[in-house]
Ligand binder design. Sequence first.
Ligand SMILES: [Zn+2]
Length: 359
Amino acid sequence: MVEVFSQDYAQARQGFLAAAAGRGLIAESVLHPLKGARDEDLAMDSVLLGSASSESLLIVTSGTHGVEGFCGSGCQRALLGDEELLKRIDASKLAVLLVHAVNPWGFSHLRRANEDNIDLNRNFLEFAQARPRNGGYEELHALLLPQQWPPADANRAALYAARERMGHREFQTAVSSGQDSRPDGLFFSGTVPSWSNRTLRAHVKRHGAGKRRIGWIDIHTGLGPNGHGEKIYAGRNDAADLARTRAWYGADVMSYYDGGSASAEVKGSAALCAHEECPDAEVTLMGLEYGTVPFEAVLHALRGAHWLEIHPEAPAALRASIDRAIRDAFYTETELWQGMVLGQARVAILQAVTALARV
Ligand SMILES: [Zn+2]
């Protein structure tokens, strides 16, 4: 295993803090009110590199989706050990904020959702405003979370038939675009801002104050071909913002607004808060989404994890197999995959640093 990657959340956190301390950086740790799976402390840890007074800020976040943090944590630790890239950051006089484990509870407990079953990348909504109901999810909820796990053949067949009927894109949108009617369901947006939402916003507001330009790379896993990092445009549906994101990162920045991305259109993603917290800054947002296993396997693992949360009586062996499946669905623990991940993250960070330094 490449040494910047970890076996669990506690090791990832320790490694991140040690790497920061090794560079003489003072980490800021906001403790989470709950404990981790092994009773360890949970926290959103962050460090600021480069020049705090710069007009430009690059934010790199990991673990917005809990268990996906194995990947993003490794990328952040690699940056903290990358002498050449750090020299460029210093020379560019940029500020770079690394936020480790935006959703520490999910990282530690091997869940994509947080302690309230909330998908953080659906939680950054204007809750006072009415939102359209996700009727497609309503239709599928009972099939996605059946009484029995693993699902019976009849359930598998019914879900397969629903997907055939709807078509893959519509099915994916119904399942994963976010819903607020089933608090125990998949991709639940929540109905109030979560702990991670409030904590992350406060960081962005404080570190983004007075900045003219903000770039943000939010690292994810679970969609697309194994080891490929899809650059997903994470900003508003705005042609100029999309064009600038492509100018930074290349023509292969995909957008879910035009159906080009492996992701369905998402509402309430975390990085959008940069617009709200730093309204005067030019904001360039990208998700770096690494492929792991096929969509069907990811969905199956997610369903199992959500099923387990509402069936705490499940026997230990079943619990262990569900936990293993979700870890594997969001983290390919091979040196090949890890190497691909680090290489592409390095390119993306270098592109952002170069673009922010140019102006
Ligand atoms: Zn994700």
